[in-house]
Ligand binder design. Structure first.
Ligand code: HEC
Length: 180
């Protein structure tokens, strides 16, 4: 056996030994690690919906009066389509699943005769100001926890403003825009 051959064999043996040792170290590390006492990261506590709900989160950086000044009632009429499953906004419209919405801007909350409002809405007090409408449409349950309006909410502030502009137009005398 010349020295070259010997080196090759020795090298192979050494390499194999190193490989086996390596495996041992790795498997030790894997199996001796055991079960960690705590999960590696803290699980977030269940999120409680605060009163006001996602209203703050969905609040736009642009103030509502500015959005309303730019709002488009025609677009709002289109965006109101999902609401028509439960509401009529035209003059003389009847109560459906939800109350008639003609003249809704600035009218007292929960005031349509003959509509069986939830206690949440009946007990709310105040008027449907632009702000209240905006909060309610953002997150109905955040605005009036226990409301029976089964609608998830419109999270896009500009779209809400369009919807509110449409509701405003559905009135004998559209309410003045905020700041006007
Ligand atoms: C699945 C049916 C449903 C949908 C969809 C729905 N609503 Fe309602 N809405 C209701 C019900 C029911 C009430 C009464 C809530 C209560 O008494 O708690 C209500 C109440 C309201 C009120 C309060 C009216 C008042 O007289 O006090 C407004 C404003 C309103 N809805 C606007 C909207 C708008 C805008 C949309 C669409 C973006 C919409 N709703 C979608 C069922 C619905």
């Amino acid at each position: 056996m010349d020295s070259f051959e010997f080196n090759k064999i020795a090298g192979a043996v050494l390499g194999t030994l190193l490989f086996i040792m390596g495996l041992g170290i790795v498997s030790d590390a894997v199996f001796k690690g055991g079960v960690p006492k705590q999960s590696a990261y803290a699980l977030p506590a269940a999120e409680e919906a605060p009163a006001g709900g996602a209203v703050a989160a969905a609040a736009s950086s642009v103030p509502l009066p500015e959005l309303l000044a730019k709002a488009d009632a025609k677009k709002g009429e289109g965006l109101f389509k999902p609401c028509t499953a439960c509401h009529v906004a035209e003059k003389g419209g009847a109560n459906k699943v939800g109350p008639a919405l003609y003249n809704v801007v600035n009218r007292p909350i929960g005031s349509v005769a003959g509509f069986a409002y939830s206690d949440a809405i009946k007990g709310k007090g105040g008027n449907w100001s632009y702000d209240n409408l905006d909060h309610f449409i953002t997150n109905p349950k955040g605005f009036a926890s226990g409301t029976k309006m089964a609608y998830g909410g419109e999270k896009d502030a500009a779209k809400r403003a369009d919807i509110i502009a449409y509701l405003r137009s559905q009135a004998d005398a559209p309410a003045p825009l905020p700041g006007k």
